[in-house]
Design a protein around this ligand. Structure first.
Ligand SMILES: Cc1cc2nc3c(=O)[nH]c(=O)nc-3n(C[C@H](O)[C@H](O)[C@H](O)COP(=O)(O)O)c2cc1C
Length: 207
């Protein structure tokens, strides 16, 4: 059964995760299915000093107001339904007791002591994105099983050139997604659980 206790961590403590645990998490996530078992992604893990350097460089860029961009096709327009879900999320976070913490936490990359970057080819198909997404969710679930908190966030990939430089990632690979990993602090922001839309809004069954 899927672990429904998982939810995003937005402030991590500075405790490092054991390297063996991180490797185990990524290895378990490799059980994710993919098109003909193609596994069409790579993962780059920043820990310790490298994660710190990335967080600090992002904060510098952010404070300079440097424009961010993605290396994959960004969402152009959401459907009305997705728009409504996003609005619901925005209202919930804006009305929550932790509302003041979202901006600063995002700006500090959640103090994540480890960041896993998932790359796919820049000209990848939507099926590759499906496979990389399945792998990403498997990372979240495996981490939860190991008592490690996570957050997948656009914030980690907003300055992709920096990630290319750090890991010498070839130019034909896109920095697709970033996942922060670490141990959650007691901050209230880590109790934020937005819930999900009603099942019958996304599921149609015909007997
Ligand atoms: C592709 C993607 C991008 C996200 N980007 C951000 C982000 O930049 N900042 C943030 O606070 N949360 C981000 N999130 C986390 C979502 O807000 C969160 O997963 C969603 O609200 C559901 O909450 P839960 O993960 O706690 O269940 C992102 C999630 C995904 C999958």
């Amino acid at each position: 059964m899927v672990n429904l206790d998982r939810h995003s961590t937005r402030i991590f403590s500075d405790k490092q995760i054991e390297l063996a645990t991180l490797k185990q998490i990524v290895s378990e996530a490799q059980a994710a299915p993919s098109w003909e078992n193609s596994q069409p992604y790579h993962a780059f893990l920043a820990t310790g000093e490298t994660a710190k350097e990335i967080r600090e460089a992002y904060m510098k860029n952010f404070s300079k107001g440097l424009a961010s961009h993605t290396e994959v096709v960004p969402p152009k327009e959401w459907t009305a339904e997705a728009d409504a879900n996003i609005l619901d999320w925005q209202h919930r976070s804006a009305d929550s007791p932790q509302k003041e913490e979202f901006g600063p936490a995002n700006g500090r990359l959640f103090d994540a002591p480890s960041i896993l970057f998932i790359t796919i080819k820049k000209d990848a198909s939507s099926y590759v994105a499906y496979d990389a997404g399945a792998f990403g969710y498997a990372v979240l679930l495996a981490a939860e099983d190991h008592g490690v908190g996570t957050i997948p966030a656009y914030g980690f990939v907003r300055y992709p050139d920096l990630i290319h430089d750090h890991f010498k990632i070839p130019e034909d690979e896109a920095i697709f997604m970033g996942i922060g990993l670490g141990y959650p602090t007691e901050d209230v922001i880590n109790d934020f659980k937005p819930g999900r839309t009603a099942l019958d809004k996304i599921l149609t069954i015909k007997d």
